[in-house]
Design a binder for this molecule. Structure first.
Ligand SMILES: Cc1cc2nc3c(=O)[nH]c(=O)nc-3n(C[C@H](O)[C@H](O)[C@H](O)COP(=O)(O)OP(=O)(O)OC[C@H]3O[C@@H](n4cnc5c(N)ncnc54)[C@H](O)[C@@H]3O)c2cc1C
Length: 429
């Protein structure tokens, strides 16, 4: 049984092809989410079904795999059984936990209630819809502009925060300024807040510097060495006491392991990640493996692996091989992670990429490398074609096509109006 059809779970399921075991893949959604492009959904550059891919067709023709759409709520390791949210339970011989991570508020006041995480497709659509709705509201009631309706605070200067801030700055400058000519979009602030003294702290200082300069060029107000102390519906208070008006706070500050990790009752490490043995199984339950963001796997030097796609993909393939070895009566092997480098994009023709051999790519070359790699790893041919065409369209026309507000959003907005309206209220247009 595999729990989770993210990078790790899918890699395991695919690599089990031909091994001669029956696999049940349990996934809370009926689709796989390509998280590295979520920020483009949030900034209206891509549609939801460009970055989500239904799970079932991935395994069409594989009669050794059954896909079950359910959320696993509990794992009874002793009984080798998982409980599902719709009430049933399933038993297993081997279990692969690949259920990823969730956004971590780090206990900061108001984050859970008012900030927007960016961890799944619903989160990305919520950011986009909220921002577009704020623009519509400000047009009806211009007093909302001074109250921060168009302003955004992005918390976290890692790759996700940098990408979101850059993506939103381009959305504002290229699209919303033209869509809403009577609003002072040029004056809207996108503030990126990072407690460390530089952005992209896992990259070299040179890449950090380039990211900073590029974000400043596109108008992002970058605040280094300061964190977020409190978030409310329309204000953000920073650790140095500064109060920023902003109706939108995007929380890109970090993640913690899926809550399922806690339910196992086994040792967990930093960020709630499950401690695993060298072969990625649980020390006291060798039939259970944990991989990807939920696991505290380490490299040869004993360093925790980063919570990015490559460790999950490589661990998924490794675990499938170990299951095959066990079926063949062989002992399991240690996991050996191969570092393939890191990348982050900062917007149009701007990205930084660092390879393990010391090569650094930036500017247009880095950006093209970033685009190519994301297309290669994106799930499904249709998605690749669709994303490629959307990128070409966005690049040539300076447009962002995916900014429809659904009926659900509009209905929610009309329910919110009295609370949100402020002076004068937001009346129907
Ligand atoms: C906004 C964003 C941008 C990112 N950008 C990059 C990037 O550019 N490069 C990079 O390498 N990495 C990036 N990452 C990190 C990368 O996406 C993750 O490290 C990777 O997805 C981890 O893979 P995983 O298989 O462990 O978990 P996930 O891919 O998160 O998959 C977990 C799956 O398990 C399912 N699930 C969770 N709980 C349950 C449950 N109880 N029952 C059933 N199913 C469950 C979830 O629905 C999900 O489909 C980014 C992440 C985010 C959020």
């Amino acid at each position: 049984m595999i729990v989770g059809a993210g990078f790790g779970g899918l890699a395991t399921a695919r690599a089990l092809k031909g091994v001669g075991v029956r696999t049940t893949l349990v996934e809370a959604n009926n689709f796989h989410t390509f998280q590295p492009l979520l920020y483009q959904v949030a900034s209206a550059g891509l549609a939801a079904d460009d970055v989500g891919h239904p799970v079932r067709p991935i395994f069409r023709g594989r009669d050794d795999i059954e896909v079950v759409m359910a959320r696993v709520t509990d794992v009874d390791v002793a009984a080798r059984r998982v409980e599902l949210d719709h009430g049933g339970s399933l038993t297993y011989d081997s279990l692969v936990l690949a259920c990823g991570a969730v956004s971590n508020s780090f206990g900061v006041e108001g984050v859970d209630e008012h900030a927007f995480p960016l961890k799944d497709l619903d989160d990305a659509l919520a950011v986009r819809d909220h921002l577009l709705t704020r623009f519509e509201d400000a047009l009806v009631d211009p007093s909302l502009v001074a109250d921060g309706a168009l302003d955004v605070v992005v918390s976290g200067g890692g790759p996700t925060g940098v990408e979101v801030a850059g993506g939103l700055a381009e959305l504002y400058r290229m699209v919303l300024a033209a869509d809403f000519p009577s609003l002072p979009v040029d004056e809207a602030r996108i503030v990126l807040v990072e407690p460390q003294d530089r952005l992209l702290s896992s990259f070299s200082e040179r890449s950090s510097g380039r990211a900073l300069r590029r974000l400043q060029q596109v108008g992002v107000d970058v605040r280094l060495g300061v964190g977020v102390r409190r978030v409310s519906e329309d204000r953000v208070v920073l650790s140095d006491g500064t109060e920023l008006v902003a109706h939108t706070t995007v929380w890109a500050t970090g993640v913690k392991a899926s809550p399922l990790a806690e339910r196992l009752g086994v040792p967990t490490g930093r960020g709630g990640r499950i401690e695993v043995a060298a072969d990625l199984s649980l020390p006291d339950a060798p039939e259970v493996f944990a991989i990807g963001d939920v696991a505290a796997a380490r490299d040869r030097a004993g360093e925790l692996l980063p919570q990015v796609a490559q460790p999950a993909l490589q661990a998924g393939r490794h675990v499938a091989r170990q299951i095959e070895r066990r079926v063949g009566g062989l002992p399991t092997e240690s996991f050996r992670y191969v570092d393939k480098g890191s990348m982050a994009t900062i917007g149009r023709r701007a990205a930084v990429a660092e390879l393990p051999n010391g090569w650094r790519l930036d500017g247009t070359v880095g950006w093209l490398a970033w685009l190519g790699l994301h297309l290669v790893y994106l799930m499904g041919f249709r998605n690749r074609v669709s994303v490629f065409l959307a990128w070409c369209w966005n690049y040539v026309t300076y447009d962002r096509a995916s900014r429809l507000l659904s009926g659900t959003t509009r209905r929610r907005r009309s329910q919110d109006r009295p609370r949100r309206g402020g002076a004068g209220g937001v009346g129907p247009r």
